[in-house]
Write a protein that binds this ligand. Structure first.
Ligand SMILES: Cc1cc2nc3c(=O)[nH]c(=O)nc-3n(C[C@H](O)[C@H](O)[C@H](O)COP(=O)(O)OP(=O)(O)OC[C@H]3O[C@@H](n4cnc5c(N)ncnc54)[C@H](O)[C@@H]3O)c2cc1C
Length: 447
């Protein structure tokens, strides 16, 4: 820093920016080991517009912070470059995240569907561990300092007049603006010539034409996002909650991500629901049916929805088993009564008098219901922003812009959006590490 420049300025002190700052200082290695840097380490300034940053960490997972997941793969993300996601995740994998937090006193424990949460202290413990690491690593901080202008300065860059050899942009997306997310990275990247992928709210409830009377009903469901030709473009499987005006819960939130992706490339997309497969006690969700509370996340590999004929056969078998029962009584063994009353024609008809047409309609309603999705809730409530700075325009190892050398991007600002279950924080840790390490090493090389 002999010429007054910082080696690296990181803009944004969320999960990605904090990891980028630690990695740029050389305080963090690829295995998650933390060490106080020596005197020759790169100088790093971490800027944030908020006086008290890290607000998204504090609100995450209902205040419990779902730090990561035991199984994280590139297919858990909506992105333009799965190979870059794969490489970035491999460069700082789940094991390294666990090791970093363990060494900082935050032990993570596994919950259903692989989610990892702090055993004690929740999100506050996570944030405290990160801030303590910044302090020990000697990262200079300026909070309450919103960055405005980022401009080239010879070989380096200027952030509101502050010179630096390298800049890391970790300003997040646009969702929940009260946490400091203003979409800053998108405007900056577009101004530098990046083809920013259209940003849309994701991991958000879906607005749709489901009957109002269903509000409050929770069911396990498989949701399939289809294009206009009926081809499946994405799938989620987990708990679904009917609301006033739509659907929410993990299955809907995950489907909103695949729906956002599908709509980028296809016309006439729809979301179909199967309420039959996961309701089978001997099926893949069977273990969760006995829990008082369904897992707040989806299955890693959603099964295919049932063929509607499975319901027809169930009704024929039920007619033999309980000749005096109605279709509703039989189907209620698996599916909530309120759902049947709203969706199944002939629900009150005795099984023995149910027509073939009614059986077929029941199968369609329970295995292939078109939810009539109109859109998703906006950025005010969406957990993440899908779209963003395309990874294919960044260096695959350091996430440095190919169009603006010296500028690195990481975290939610990038076009890599994970599904529900800890995948977005994992991307923030891994990409923050890659960008920070790349920026720190390059700054020293240049020095
Ligand atoms: C309610 C909710 C719950 C969530 N729960 C989970 C969960 O349990 N698990 C999970 O994996 N993901 C969860 N997520 C998603 C996850 O929080 C984000 O994907 C992740 O925090 C993104 O990290 P980031 O560092 O890229 O961005 P952010 O955390 O958004 O941080 C960006 C920072 O940049 C600052 N900033 C922005 N512009 C400027 C500027 N111009 N100058 C200076 N500073 C600026 C902001 O103030 C902010 O501090 C949740 C999101 C929400 C909204």
């Amino acid at each position: 820093m002999s010429d007054g420049r910082r080696d690296v300025i990181v803009i944004g002190a969320g999960a990605a920016g904090i990891f980028a700052a630690l990695a740029a200082r050389g305080a963090l290695d690829a295995k998650g080991a933390f060490a106080v840097p020596g005197p020759g380490a790169p100088s790093v300034l971490l800027l944030d517009g908020k006086e008290r940053p890290g607000r998204k960490i504090l609100v995450s997972g209902g205040g419990r912070c779902n730090v990561t997941n035991v199984l994280v793969r590139d297919r858990d993300y909506d992105t333009d470059a799965p190979a870059v996601v794969r490489g970035t995740l491999a460069g700082f994998p789940v094991a390294s995240v666990r090791e970093f937090f363990r060494s900082r006193g935050v032990h993570l424990a596994e919950e259903p569907v692989g989610k990892l949460f702090p055993v004690e202290g929740g999100a506050k413990a996570v944030l405290a561990a990160l801030f303590a690491a910044l302090e020990e690593a000697g990262v200079e901080r300026a909070f309450g300092a919103e960055a405005g202008a980022v401009a080239r300065d010879g070989e380096g860059w200027l952030v509101d007049g502050r010179p630096a050899r390298r800049i890391v942009i970790a300003t997040g997306g646009k969702s929940v603006p009260a946490t400091g997310s203003t979409g800053f990275a998108y405007g900056l990247a577009a101004g530098l010539g990046h083809a920013v992928v259209e940003t849309v709210p994701a991991l958000a409830a879906l607005r749709c034409g489901t009957p109002e009377r269903l509000a409050g009903v929770t069911v396990p469901a498989i949701l399939t996002v289809e294009d206009g030709e009926g081809r499946a473009l994405g799938r989620s499987a987990g708990s679904l909650l009917f609301t006033h005006g739509g659907v929410s819960g993990p299955a809907a939130l995950d489907a909103s991500l695949w729906w956002a992706r599908a709509r980028r490339g296809a016309e006439g997309c729809r979301v179909r629901a199967d309420f039959w497969t996961l309701a089978d006690p001997s099926g893949p969700w069977g273990g969760f049916l006995r829990l008082a509370k369904a897992p707040g996340s989806c299955m890693a590999d959603p099964p295919s929805p049932a063929d509607p004929r499975a319901v027809e056969e169930f009704l024929l078998a039920a007619a033999r088993r309980m000749p005096k029962g109605t279709a509703g009584t039989a189907l209620a063994e698996r599916v909530p009564r309120r759902l049947l009353e709203c969706l199944v024609r002939g629900e009150g008809t005795p099984l023995s008098r149910l027509t073939r047409e009614e059986r077929r309609a029941a199968g369609e309603a329970l295995c292939r219901l078109d939810l009539g999705v109109l859109g998703s809730e906006g950025f005010a409530k969406a957990e993440v922003t899908a779209g963003g700075v395309p990874l294919r325009e960044l260096d695959r190892r350091t996430l440095e812009s190919r169009l603006a050398p010296g500028l690195h991007f990481c975290g939610e600002a990038c076009h890599a959006t994970g599904r529900l279950g800890g995948f977005n924080f994992q991307w923030a840790w891994s990409s923050g590490f890659a960008a920070g390490r790349g920026a720190g090493a390059a700054a020293m090389g240049a020095g």
